[in-house]
Design a protein around this ligand. Structure first.
Ligand code: ADP
Ligand code: ASP
Ligand code: MG
Length: 430
């Protein structure tokens, strides 16, 4: 049965209103009678809203309950748009929401990331409860599966690493027997569990990755992620006007693009698919009949320039306090500290007396890292930068991207250019 299995993933944008959920129902009607695993993420911007609740609770600033009530109200409103008031979905919804209430009643836990995962994961649970009830209501039999029964991670909250062996065993034991042409299986993206049964999350935007984990473990014949764009484009349409759709993309190209910030697919998604040669479709939920982008082993050899932009970058210039060379033993220590502080290094460069790294500037990781090394090293930090990666570049494009910007670091390796850019400060004219 599972040779015919397909895995579909619907993200926040495809579920951000009653009409959009109904639209997902329309797309799935076409799949009736076929074995299908559906992975859903939280609706709309729910994850951002839940993050605010976590923060308010940690700060004990009195806002957490109000924000929670807001989330609760919106979830009930969505349900009222889809079901009768007497529908049993309201009971399940209450049960899911009460999990947040319990956390908020307690004093903040010493581990912020732990609390984060317990609260933020409820967004996916709520979404999956609503969508599966809706599909059943529409005559599309759907079985709800708790992704935490399948995906085992380590104990790193907010960035759980999948324990593949156990996850595969769970998939074989629990998920495989559920797959049938009689009913869809619907589960949540983004969430997993530790071996002690505490909920973890896989990192922001991680639902694409979840779909790839299921595709891999269940040997799907293809995976499709449904987006608000026609497919993978040559750049982010929110940032650039003249972008075109790529019909075909190799796994390798997709990994390169997404690793450097093409936000359309989570970077960890491609590898599990590539390992089993499972093709990935990126399609539009607005135009489901559109041709989309097909990502596979087939290599389209002529790519146009592809641009990926990572915002919120920090550039750290690290030198020894006595200006001696940055030697190998320094590097070894610095990498250890980078790992401990979970910094994501996007680019680096080494000169005789300076080691420069460009990293994602999230939370207070950069400050914590620089404080931890400042007894031995002098650190100069540049913030609010952009990292632009261009694959298959042409000089004209690079010039356009650099216009009105200062280039702080640039590197060219074969067909890839990376530039760390800063906006030119606005000067007063005389
Ligand atoms: P989801 O609803 O699954 O969370 P996302 O919002 O995370 O979807 O991803 C889709 C968005 O990715 C698009 O709306 C688009 O703005 C952005 N994006 C960034 N780079 C690209 C690209 N190269 N091609 C297509 N979309 C891109
Ligand atoms: N809901 C999660 C997020 O917004 C996961 C996802 O959407 O992929 O990050
Ligand atoms: Mg997303």
């Amino acid at each position: 049965m599972s040779q015919n299995l397909q895995v579909f993933k619907f993200g926040g944008a495809s579920l951000n209103s009653v009409e959009r959920i109904q639209n997902v129902g329309e797309i799935l009607k076409e799949m009736k009678g076929q074995p299908l695993v559906v992975v859903v993420s939280a609706m709309g911007k729910t994850t951002n809203e839940l993050e605010k609740i976590v923060q308010a609770h940690a700060e004990q600033n009195g806002q957490a309950l109000t924000l929670f009530e807001d989330f609760k109200r919106k979830s009930f409103e969505t349900c009222l748009g889809l079901f009768d008031e007497s529908h049993e979905v309201f009971v399940s919804l209450n049960d899911a929401l009460v999990e947040i209430e319990w956390v908020l009643e307690e004093e903040p836990h010493e581990n912020y990331d732990y609390t984060y995962d317990q609260i933020v994961s409820v967004g996916e649970i709520v979404s999956s409860i609503i969508v599966s009830a809706y599909l059943n209501e529409q005559g599309l039999p759907t079985r709800w599966l708790d992704a935490r029964d399948i995906i085992l991670t380590n104990n790193i909250y907010r960035a759980g690493w999948v324990q593949w062996k156990e996850t595969q065993e769970n998939a074989d034991r629990i998920a495989k027997p559920m797959i049938s042409s009689q009913a869809f299986v619907l589960t949540q993206g983004f969430i997993g569990t530790t071996s002690e049964n505490f909920t973890t999350t896989l990192g922001r935007e991680g639902s694409d990755y979840t779909a790839a984990i299921f595709s891999y473990c269940l040997d799907a014949k293809s995976m499709t992620i449904w987006k608000d764009v026609p497919g993978v484009l040559t750049g982010d349409p929110r940032l650039f006007d003249h972008v075109t759709k790529l019909d075909l993309l190799s796994y390798k190209e997709a990994i390169e693009m997404t690793y450097y910030g093409a936000k359309v697919i989570h970077p960890k998604t491609i590898k599990p698919l590539q390992n089993k040669s499972i093709p990935l479709w990126v399609k539009s939920f607005i135009d489901p009949q559109g041709s989309g982008t097909y990502i596979s082993d087939e290599v389209a050899d002529n790519y146009p320039p592809l641009v990926a932009v990572e915002k919120s970058q920090a550039l750290l210039h690290i030198s020894t306090r006595d200006f001696s060379f940055v030697a190998e033993h320094h590097m070894s220590h610095l990498f250890k500290m980078i790992t401990e502080h979970r910094l994501q290094v996007n680019m680096m460069q080494n000169t005789a007396i300076c080691f420069s790294i460009c990293v994602n500037d999230v939370d207070d990781k950069v400050s914590a890292f620089s404080q931890a090394i400042e007894d031995q090293f002098k650190v100069i930090i540049d913030r609010e930068l952009e990292l632009i990666t261009v694959r298959h570049y042409q000089d004209k494009i690079l010039e356009e991207l650099r216009a009105d910007k200062i280039v702080l670091l640039e590197e060219r390796i074969r067909e890839t250019v990376q530039m760390v850019l800063k906006n030119v400060p606005v000067m007063k004219r005389k």
